[in-house]
Design a protein around this ligand. Structure first.
Ligand SMILES: Cc1cc2nc3c(=O)[nH]c(=O)nc-3n(C[C@H](O)[C@H](O)[C@H](O)COP(=O)(O)OP(=O)(O)OC[C@H]3O[C@@H](n4cnc5c(N)ncnc54)[C@H](O)[C@@H]3O)c2cc1C
Length: 512
């Protein structure tokens, strides 16, 4: 029997497998596809500041940027307005700033720019090709000893005493102590286990395709807000995306026909373009749904299986990878018998609110992109507010994940926050967390924090080296394996340290 069965070998399932292996759990990933989906290689994804920091923590960032990094596509490099008009200022600014590291994100394409107003500390987002990212993660998972079985479609999941059993399409059964559904927005695991998945119907429909046009020059490359929607045009023979609101919806898996795409393109562009052929066509909506709990007994969900929403703001992949970073070490400690099962309840407690915030802001972004006069007025108002540094900071922290604080017992100002990890360089805390252990940073001089933590030496590494980014002082910090600071003291007082160690890492070794 496996410690953990992961259903779905997308980015979230693969990253979770690496985290579980670091925690020492035996892991099998069951992936429906025989081989990676080649279309994913062509999907570039915005990777936000917090995810970049997490990848840095695990020594994956260099590999990801080198092998999966995408130059910003022509869509972002060449804005122009709707046919015959100039681009609105907000879109032009976005284009100019995208590659300058000053763009920290956007809200419905309203740019969140660092204008020397307090955003210099936030790493600019990177773009990666999703398919390449998955390959990097798959290689790491294999190198760490995860087993990845392709061509295995899970059709049913049932708890059976102390185990959970996944049944495959060919009738084979795979048993694990726990099972995590990372099987995407249409999750079979979610449905088989009856997770509640409430939310809102879609208001937006985006059609993505690479069309053949009789007159490609009729459409100007760029992002265009038009009186009827939104349109992204890459130079021929690139991708075109139409976005409309309040139009009839079909199931996301329903194929997009040439006629449907042509009609949408005509409505949005206002031009009688003729589409003669279509490839790589798909539909995306802004359905917003989230499970009410991320765990039912021995079954957990992560990534799109737990939450679906529109891709506006580039958050879904980031959200899912952060779910995996939160869950992996906790589940690892529980299957190893080191921590009680109740530790898993903190997974829903910490991640559900973050997912709910993403659902809320993506719905707000749909509202800000509608082309009607009331929505335009709202957009103008929000654009004004964004110019205020505090409002801008609030949105950047939300969209990049860097504002997140986890529960902590700490008098230290960094309590609950992510460790101060620089993306580059070697002299930083990131290097001390690469193996997925917890970290106690003891700069108290008399090493009393380290003495307190002796009973957790199998789970928590101790370091006395002062890392870059921490001021002088007798700091003591307890860092969870996912990089969040669970406890800290600026004055060397170790009150509460043992309780916090027990809370996150389970009881001390006997005799310690
Ligand atoms: C157009 C578009 C643009 C986007 N842009 C961004 C962006 O810029 N930034 C961002 O953060 N996010 C973005 N996203 C969202 C992001 O792509 C997803 O959130 C991410 O892929 C979710 O990863 P996942 O591993 O949870 O699910 P998936 O990527 O869907 O992977 C699920 C895996 O499970 C497998 N599977 C499914 N069912 C079964 C089964 N029954 N048995 C076995 N295996 C199964 C599938 O084959 C697949 O490999 C975008 C999405 C779209 C559509």
């Amino acid at each position: 029997m496996w410690d953990v069965v992961v259903v779905g070998g997308g980015p979230v399932g693969l990253f979770l497998a690496t985290e579980l292996r670091l925690a020492g759990a035996s892991v099998v990933v069951l992936e429906r596809l025989e081989r990676p989906d080649p279309d994913k290689d062509e999907g570039d994804r915005g990777v936000q500041a917090r995810t970049l920091q997490t990848l840095r923590l695990r020594g994956l960032l260099g590999d990801v940027l080198r092998r999966a990094g995408a130059a910003e596509g022509p869509v972002y490099a060449d804005f122009s307005g709707p046919p015959g008009e100039d681009a609105p200022d907000d879109l032009r600014t976005l284009a100019e700033q995208w590659s300058t590291q000053r763009l920290k994100g956007h809200l419905a394409f309203l740019p969140l720019l660092d204008e020397d107003d307090g955003l210099a500390d936030v790493p600019a987002q990177a773009a990666v090709w999703q398919g390449h990212l998955e390959r990097v993660l798959e290689e790491r998972a294999l190198a760490l000893g995860a087993e990845i079985r392709r061509g295995r479609q899970v059709t049913d999941v049932r708890e059976d005493g102390d185990a959970v059993v996944a049944t495959l399409a060919d009738g084979e059964q795979v048993r694990g102590a726990y099972l995590v559904g990372c099987d995407g927005g249409h999750s079979r695991v979610r449905r088989a286990c009856g997770f509640d998945f409430p939310g809102d119907e879609a208001a937006m429909l985006a059609l993505l395709a690479t069309p053949e046009l009789t007159d490609p020059a009729a459409l100007t490359p760029g992002i265009h807000r038009t009186p009827t929607g939104l349109m992204f045009v890459e130079p021929p023979p690139g991708q075109i995306v139409t976005v409309e609101f309040g139009v009839p919806q079909a199931d996301r898996r329903t194929p997009v026909t040439r006629e449907e795409f042509e009609a949408s393109l005509r409505r949005v562009s206002g031009i009688d373009v003729e589409v003669t052929g279509l490839s790589k066509a798909t539909r995306v909506t802004d359905h917003a749904r989230q499970v009410t709990t991320y765990r039912q007994g021995r079954v957990l969900l992560a990534g799109d299986a737990a939450h679906v929403h529109s891709p506006m703001g580039g958050q879904g992949l980031n959200l899912g990878l952060q779910d995996a970073a939160n869950l992996g070490w906790k589940l690892g400690l529980v299957v190893a018998g080191r921590a009680p099962e109740t530790l898993l309840d903190t997974y829903t407690a910490e991640r559900h609110p973050v997912g709910a915030t993403v659902l809320r802001n993506t719905k707000a972004q749909s509202a800000l992109l509608r082309p009607d006069p009331h929505s335009n007025a709202l957009r103008d108002l929000v654009a004004e507010l964004i110019e205020r540094p505090q409002a801008k900071r609030h949105l950047v922290e939300m969209l990049t994940g860097i504002g997140l604080r986890v529960p902590h017992t700490s008098s230290h100002p960094l309590g609950g926050r992510f460790v101060p990890v620089a993306l580059g360089g070697t002299d930083n805390l990131g290097d001390l967390l690469a193996d997925g252990h917890g970290l106690l940073l003891d700069l108290t001089g008399d090493r009393k924090a380290a003495i307190e933590a002796e009973g957790w030496r199998d789970r928590v590494r101790v370091s006395h080296a002062r890392p870059a980014g921490l001021d002088d002082g007798p700091h003591a910090l307890l860092v969870r394996p996912d990089g969040y600071i669970a406890w800290g003291a600026e004055d060397g007082d170790v009150t509460g340290l043992r309780e916090t160690l027990t809370q996150w890492f389970g009881p001390a070794l006997t005799g310690a």
